[in-house]
Design a protein around this ligand. Sequence first.
Ligand code: TYD
Length: 415
Amino acid sequence: MYRALIRCRACGYGPPIVADGIKVEKSSLRLKTVFDLGIQPLANDFTKEGGEHAGFAPLKVQLCPQCSLAQLSVVVRPDLLYHHYRYVTSQSETMKAHFETIRRLIETETSGRRLLEIGSNDGFLLQWFGERGYQVFGVDPAENLCKKAKEAGLNVRAAFWDRRIAEELKPKLPQVILARHVFCHIDDWREFVLALDMVCGRDTIICIEVPYVGDLLRKGEFDTVYHEHTSYLSIKALAALLKDTNLAIHRVEPLEIHGGALFIMLRRKDTDRYPHKTASQFLNREECGEEAWREFDIRAHGKIGALQSFVNCARTNGKRVVGYGASAKSTVWVNACQFDRRHLDYITDTTAEKLYTFSPGTDIPIVHVSTFATDQPDYAICFAWNFFEEIRAKEKLFAKGGGKWIIPHPEIKVI
Ligand code: TYD
């Protein structure tokens, strides 16, 4: 189901390879464990009653002392994670505003309108750009989502991004390549970058949107650590990865989405465009070493303990607690806190694919949002905290009826 990773996927740091007939030396070249949540279910393994679960795997972050990349100690088989993928790009107002932000950023760099999206999900972003005059095409490994995109008339291929698919798409000469929240899901970064290089012309701009390790550490958002996110990227680590390739970091822009992300633009090293000043600015002020991870670990375990105590106390006092948003983040919280149906009656979610399933690793059912609207529990933990303002505005009646929101970040807060 998974394999162990003992070498840094950005710079290659790790113990020497053991060869036949050569004495095995004690090696100090080890990745350092900095965060450990034990054995956990796969965060998007929402399964219906009687359905087979994909399984459990260690959830442990290790730090590379050489380039500061943080990565999980194991890689789960990609087909288990992505073949039938239940994460669907949000169509919320927050997300549409975000698309507008990235469109503006892209258009400061290029007037090109041929756009390739890697990890095109159900095609929502492709369609959005298509409506704004872009000629769009996409690649995504999830067959269920590609089918949806094709039904909407979009040009997509169901495949993992590699040199084989790059060869096929090369004649389309993309001028903008967009990979949103894909890079940190990838195990073989070298293959990914080599394939990018194949389709990247001298004027192509490659835009990689990733959750930023700096935000993760600063805000203590430990619930974004799950098996799909195999790496927690720093600019220093990305620079180490690109060192021996034809690509270089051109510009880095911070974004608000998903609790803090980076929009990293790459160009070919032989481009005639000067790198933007943000590229070196980020590199010089990054703090994502062992000390920062130690503080993060203490804070995360403190928050887990605080939510456990709060919910146990509420239950003892006869209060009803539910979850709002069956995000992957909710799976991390629920399992880290060891919650089950004795703690949370249900988690509500708008995604049709998640309805009538159970929160992975538990017996907590995922229910339709209309249940929440008529039910009026005492507390709702907002597990889709990155959309909280939008949710709060939509669910005004809950607060009016005396319901209280529990927000897990930056510290647990009852509103
Ligand atoms: P999201 O934060 O996009 O991602 P992840 O799964 O990576 O943590 O997930 C948000 C979830 O919340 C998603 O399943 C949809 C759900 N949701 C609602 O149920 N109602 C809402 O109003 C919004 C915005 C999201």
